[in-house]
Each structure stands twice: as structure tokens, then as C-alpha cells.
Design a protein around this ligand. Structure first.
Ligand code: ADP
Ligand code: MG
Length: 732
């Protein structure tokens, strides 16, 4: 009896360790070597072309065709010098992963010769026949083509897969009629909006010399590693990215002996290899460590400009998968690969930086710079207060539903943690600036010398509240509820947009008070004071995991939506529509399309899980259970033939009974789920279908799993067909 489980366990012990070979001992020797970065551009571009690309990177200014031709030909020269033979537009359709379609530079000519060619047209725009990407009905079949357009603000790079090298050009992806079908186009719009709004605030009230504001993102990517042979013996991992069955192991994460422990050799070699590839692509990866769960790890780079950071995270997720295969490993990016074990998230650290080198969310060392800090700090909080629902929608996914509120990740309630020092500062501003008469108040009365409190701030920061979904951590806000598999752009689009809208309102409110004759700084403080008061419901310093908070949050009017189909409704709310149309991020049609795409994505993911559960239950678990039960039956009959009294085979009878109960439970559960799925499939409307999948299909998973996991407990280990949790989690 050789189940695939045992074959995979044998393979695990026979494998050779793969070692990483960084090209040099010094990272600076190869950092960004595969990127058409500033250095490469200076070397390969004419001055005119260089300045034109730079201007376009800065202001989105269009590059004219003649210059585009020049850039294309230099890019080609650079890429070919590096060994690239093909090029592709690289984009981020709403599937969540990245897409590419390679074309060769080579063009055959008459007479058997050929030439390597890459024109400005090919650089600037392409029409991939990408009609199978989700479009939420935006593209009818007659206009099925979407097109991709160059994003000069993210540099081209060479993706190498062994001998194959391809020049990748980051692009946006839009429908023929101009509607966006990706993450990047709306992200770029929100970046522009928040920059413009923040610049206006700075230039009006704080510093005329600032000419650029750059939103920054530093992500932290959590993931699991698993041996390839074991992975391949688990249909659920292969098809859905998570285990739909599996009994709790005797040892899980309770000892917390993995967290920040020494990194196992095999994982370490993978990390080194993955980091080398990442560094070549200019991803400033810096941090690696073990996470809480066994075989769980984290990678984090230095923060970068948001658009670049988003591209880099997408690239890294892709790289991780490829490099892992070289090491006979698989990376699990799913938010909850294992029940009962911590899942994976992706913290999104966000801030705003200026071209004068100031982090606008960093407390300064004078009352004036602190007023600036408080302005951006309070406005961000006020924006979250107003649009916490939209942030909840931005992190919604089938995978993340397993994590949010499971006492390992923040709950589905969005609140903001700022620490006791800043709470004190806000209290004071609210009380003093709120109470006093405009003309009687002086800002010197307020303690805006936050710099004296920096040690306290740091204390708050290191001792910070890990249960909070949106935490201020010293000089940045950290969205801590995002899922590990998500495109960071999803959160960033919402965060940028709501802060942009809020900063615009702030200017209006301050100008109105000034119009009534108020001193500028006093007007700012008065407005901030009002915002603080209005933001009280969303500010929470306590334990987000507690039941008391759920009750308290309800009283405060904060929503607590636990499932994706419901959370996605927030994209359809009037408030969201107004926000996105006011800032010209999404048209109504685009918003509707996106909503439908997310719903269908949810439905499909649950559908796949349901199918794989059915197949594994009926084709793998049930036969193993029946076979073992037959063995027990044979044994009992033999003992009966010997004429032994029942007390001699009571244990076997008991087991036979239990196995029967769970075989029947499993099979009836699966049958009922299949019926529910069929019924749900008949529903036309995307939202109704997703809700049915949630409430009537997915809701059955736990009971089915319970029976399967019980069978795992009762059946002969040698007959169990699926690698067990202890093997998946602790095999090195
Ligand atoms: P952890 O959450 O694991 O304790 P930290 O709080 O130290 O880690 O967060 C480090 C992350 O914060 C890094 O990914 C870093 O790039 C990011 N970060 C630091 N400063 C900024 C900033 N100004 N803007 C955006 N991200 C930042
Ligand atoms: Mg963090």
C-alpha cells in the first residue's frame, strides 16, 4: 500500500539541497542590474530623450512619438546588451496577478536575413488579444480588445528565466473604449490626486518651496513554504491554495518557537536566491524573518514611491513562486493555507514625502513643523473615519475572510490606533482649540512641541497595538488587515483617494474660517479640533480582538461586515460613488464593472474550493475510510469465528461505528453542498450568486471538514492518502 502521501514523504528525504549563488558578495555590485534605471537611461538615451522621459515620470507629461522612437531604440540596445531577445508589456489585470505576452525583437526579412526591431509604437501601446481577462461586462465581444499603454513612471526591467530574457515594460491596461481594466490606471490617478491636494495644503500653509509630494509604500509580505512533493500530494493546495481538510496536529504554533527563530537551511537558501533575483530587479528587499506559524516567513523591502512599490510587490510574488520551484518548494501566498494556524497578511505602510526630504507624517522639532505633521495626521484619521467602510471593501477577498476577525488578524471592524502620546496631543487640541474664542486663542497655548515627546512616541511605537487594523507607527500609517495575496494597489487606491478628498475639504474649511477673519494657524487648529471630535468613533486604543470591542464598535456606529460579498457593497454606496466620481478615479460604469468582477472572483474561488472538497472527500478520503473499515470488519468476523466474547472486539466495533457515522456525514454533506452549488450556479445576478455561495455553499464547509478530519483521526495512518498537517508544517 503506497499512497501518494508516502511516495511524497520518501521523495522529501531523497532530495538534494539546492544552494543559492548570488553573483557577488556585494549587493551593490548587482542591485538594479536588470533595470532600465536612471543610470542606464543616462548612458543609453540622448539628452533630449532623457529629459523628456524624466519630465513624463514627474508630471505624466506625454512623450512625443519621435522621442518615443528614440527611447525604444535605446531601450532595445540596452536590453540586447543584457541578452534579452523578447519584449512584453507587463500589466496588472484584475485577476490579481500580472500578465505578459512576449514578442520577439527579431523580424525576419526577405532573403533569409533578419533584424532586431523595437519601435516607439511598440513601446508606447500594444493591443494584446486579452479578451479573456475579467472586464465586468465592459468589453462586449465586438470590442473585446483592450490595450496596454506604457507607464514611464515605473522603469522597464529584464525578467530572466534561466536562459530566457525578456524586456518587460510596465503598462496600464484599458478597454478599447478607455475604461480601466487593471489596478495601475486608477492607482496612478489617485497618486496624482493626493499629490495635488497635499501640495496645495503645504504650499498654502507651510512651505512654498515644496514642489512635489510623493506617497510612499513599504509592504511586508508574509508567506508559507512547503515541500513540492508534499504540495503535489494535496489537490486542495494545488487548486485552491489552501488545505480544505486536515486534522489539527499535536503541535501547532502554541510554543511560538518558530517566530523570529533561526531560519531553517532550506528556507534560507530559497530566501537568498529569491532576494538575489529581487535585488537585480531593483527591489530594495531588506528584511527576512520567521513568522508566528511553523514554516511561515516574511520579506520586506525599504519603502518606495507607491507605484513602484506596488509593481515591486507584484513582481516579488511572481519571483517567489518561480524561485521556490527551483528549490523544490512551493510558496503559499493564500491568506489562510492551514486551519487553526495563523494566516498571512501584507502590512501596507503608507506615508507622504516631499521633494525637500520631509516625511509629512513625521513629528517635527518645532511647533510649526508639528502643526504641519498634525495637519496630515489628523486629516488622514478624519478620512478613515469617513470612509472606513471603503477600506474594509478594499481588503475584502475570499482568502482574507478566513483571517479577519479570527483573532490572529485585526477584525472586520476598521479602527485607528495612534498610541497614548498622540492621543494626549489630540485631546488637548480638541479641548482647547475647540472651546476658546477664535480671537482669544493663541497656538502657543497648545503644546505643539511634540518633538519633546519623541521618546514616548517611540515607546508607543515599539509597544504598539498589534490588534489594530490601521495603526500609526511613528512616522507612517500601517494598514495591517490587507491579505497576503492581494495587490497592494487595492488598498492604496482607496487610501490615496480618501486622503485627497479630505485634504481638499480641509483647505475649504480653513479658508472659510480665514474668511471670517481668523489667523491662519488658529484657523488650522480650529478645523483640526473639529476633525478630531468628528473622528472619535474610529479612534480605538484597546484590544481589537475582544468581544467588548465588537459591542462598543456597534454602539459607535462602525460596521462589522465579515464576508466579502457584503463588504463589496461599500463600493456601491453613494459615499463611494461620490468620492470616485468627484476625483475622476472611476466612472459609474467602471465602478459597477469592478464590483461585478470582485463578486465573480469571490464566487469562483469558493466554487473551486467546493469542487475540490467534493472530489477529495469522495475520491480520496471515502475509499481510504471504507477500506480500513473493511479490514476492521474482517478482523471482527475472524474473532467471532474463534468464538471470542464481544469484549475482545469492542474497540473495533466502536471504530467501525464511528467510521460509518463520519463516512455518511461526509458523503451527505458533500451531496447537499453539490446541490447548493448547482442552485447557486443558476442565479444570474453576480451579487445574489456570490451571496448564495457565501451563505449556502461555503457555510457547509466546516461540517464537511469536521467529518473528514475525524476520519483522519480514526483511520490507519498507513492508509491515509493526504499529507498530514504535521508533515506539511514541520517537514524541512
Ligand atoms: P513591523 O510591522 O514588522 O514591526 P516596521 O513597523 O518596522 O515593521 O515596518 C517597517 C516597514 O515600514 C518597512 O516595510 C518600511 O519600508 C516601512 N516604512 C518605513 N518608513 C516608511 C515611510 N515613510 N513610508 C512608507 N513605508 C515606510
Ligand atoms: Mg508591520
Amino acid at each position: 500500500m503506497s499512497t501518494s502521501r508516502f511516495r511524497s514523504l520518501e521523495r522529501l528525504h531523497q532530495r538534494d539541497q539546492v544552494y543559492a549563488k548570488p553573483p557577488s558578495d556585494k549587493i551593490s555590485d548587482y542591485f538594479s542590474a536588470s533595470v532600465f534605471d536612471d543610470r542606464a537611461m543616462k548612458k543609453y538615451l540622448s539628452e533630449e530623450a532623457y529629459l523628456s522621459v524624466k519630465a513624463s515620470m514627474r508630471s505624466g507629461q506625454k512623450i512625443d512619438r519621435r522621442v518615443a522612437d528614440q527611447v525604444a531604440s535605446s531601450m532595445k540596445a540596452w536590453a540586447m546588451a543584457k541578452g534579452a531577445t523578447h519584449f512584453t508589456h507587463w500589466f496588472q489585470p484584475l485577476t490579481g496577478s500580472t500578465a505578459e505576452k512576449h514578442d520577439s525583437f527579431f523580424m525576419p526579412k526577405e532573403g533569409g536575413e533578419g533584424i532586431e526591431n523595437f519601435s516607439g509604437n511598440a513601446l508606447v501601446q500594444q493591443e494584446p488579444d486579452a479578451s479573456s481577462f475579467p472586464s465586468g461586462g465592459l468589453r462586449q465581444t465586438f470590442e473585446a480588445r483592450g490595450y496596454t499603454a506604457w507607464d514611464p513612471s515605473s522603469p522597464a526591467f529584464i525578467m530572466q528565466i534561466n536562459a530566457g530574457k525578456t524586456l518587460c515594460i510596465p503598462t496600464i491596461f484599458v478597454s478599447y473604449t478607455g475604461e480601466s481594466l487593471d489596478f495601475k490606471a486608477p492607482l496612478l490617478k489617485t497618486l496624482h490626486q493626493v499629490e495635488e491636494a497635499a501640495l496645495d495644503v503645504i504650499n498654502r500653509y507651510f512651505d512654498r518651496k515644496v514642489s512635489r509630494v510623493t506617497p510612499t509604500l513599504g509592504w511586508e509580505q508574509e508567506y508559507f513554504l512547503i515541500d513540492e512533493a508534499l504540495f503535489n500530494a494535496r489537490p486542495d493546495l494545488i487548486l485552491s491554495g489552501r488545505t480544505v481538510f486536515g486534522h489539527k496536529p499535536a503541535k501547532g504554533q502554541q510554543l511560538e518557537d518558530h517566530y523570529f527563530g533561526s531560519i531553517p537551511e532550506r528556507a534560507y537558501q530559497f530566501m537568498l536566491d529569491m532576494e538575489t533575483e529581487a535585488l537585480k530587479l531593483g527591489i530594495p528587499i531588506r528584511t527576512r524573518h520567521n513568522e508566528v506559524a511553523p514554516s511561515q516567513f516574511e520579506a520586506a523591502p525599504l519603502f518606495e514611491e507607491v507605484n513602484l512599490a506596488v509593481d515591486h510587490n507584484q513582481l516579488l510574488m511572481d519571483l517567489m513562486d518561480r524561485v521556490a520551484r527551483r528549490h523544490k518548494l512551493r510558496v503559499l501566498l493564500h491568506e489562510k493555507p492551514y486551519a487553526g494556524i495563523n494566516g498571512s497578511g501584507k502590512h501596507n505602510n503608507w506615508s507622504l514625502g516631499t521633494d525637500t526630504g520631509v516625511n509629512l507624517l513625521s513629528p517635527g522639532n518645532t511647533p510649526k513643523t508639528n502643526l504641519r505633521f498634525l495637519t496630515f495626521f489628523v486629516n488622514t484619521i478624519r478620512a478613515v473615519q469617513e470612509h472606513s467602510d471603503l477600506l474594509r471593501a478594499a481588503i475584502a477577498s475570499a482568502g482574507n475572510d478566513h483571517r479577519l476577525g479570527a483573532n490572529e488578524a485585526p477584525p472586520a471592524i476598521i479602527s485607528v490606533f495612534i498610541g497614548s502620546t498622540l492621543t494626549g496631543v489630540l485631546d488637548e487640541i480638541e479641548q482647547r482649540a475647540g472651546k476658546e474664542q477664535l480671537d482669544l486663542m493663541s497656538k502657543d497655548d497648545l503644546k505643539l512641541d511634540i518633538h519633546n515627546k519623541i521618546p514616548d512616541l517611540l515607546l508607543d511605537n515599539t509597544d504598539r497595538n498589534r490588534t489594530s487594523p490601521f495603526a500609526f507607527t511613528g512616522n507612517k500609517f500601517e494598514v495591517r488587515a490587507a491579505g497576503s495575496a492581494a495587490n497592494c494597489a487595492s488598498t492604496m487606491i482607496v487610501l490615496n483617494a480618501i486622503v485627497a478628498q479630505q485634504l481638499r475639504r480641509f483647505v475649504q474649511d480653513v479658508e472659510a474660517l480665514k474668511g471670517e477673519g481668523a489667523d491662519r494657524d488658529i484657523a488650522i487648529l480650529q478645523v483640526l479640533s473639529r476633525y478630531i471630535k468628528e473622528s472619535r468613533p474610529v479612534l480605538f486604543e484597546g484590544d481589537n480582538y475582544s468581544e467588548a470591542w465588537e459591542k462598543e464598535a456597534e454602539k459607535r456606529g462602525l460596521s462589522n461586515v465579515k464576508t466579502t460579498p457584503q463588504a463589496l457593497d461599500f463600493y456601491q454606496a453613494d459615499k463611494a460613488r461620490k468620492l470616485f466620481s468627484e476625483l475622476e478615479i472611476f466612472t459609474e460604469r467602471e465602478l459597477d464593472a469592478r464590483h461585478e468582477i470582485w463578486l465573480d472572483d469571490y464566487t469562483r474561488k469558493v466554487q473551486i474550493e467546493a469542487r475540490v472538497m467534493g472530489e477529495m472527500g469522495v475520491n480520496l478520503i471515502l475509499p481510504a475510510a471504507v477500506a480500513y473499515q473493511n479490514e476492521l470488519l474482517k478482523n471482527v468476523r475472524g474473532l467471532q469465528e474463534l468464538g471470542l466474547p464481544e469484549e475482545h472486539y469492542k474497540a473495533q466495533l466502536d471504530l467501525i461505528g464511528k467510521i460509518s457515522i463520519h463516512i455518511n456525514g461526509l458523503k451527505t454533506g458533500i451531496d447537499a453542498m453539490v446541490d447548493a452549488r448547482r442552485a447557486a450556479n443558476k442565479v444570474e445576478e453576480a451579487r445574489d450568486r456570490a451571496v448564495l455561495y457565501c451563505d449556502d455553499v461555503k457555510s457547509r464547509f466546516d461540517a464537511i471538514r469536521e467529518h473528514a478530519d475525524k476520519l483522519e483521526r480514526y483511520i490507519d495512518d498507513a492508509r491515509w492518502p493526504l499529507p498530514k498537517y504535521r508533515e506539511l508544517l514541520f517537514m524541512r
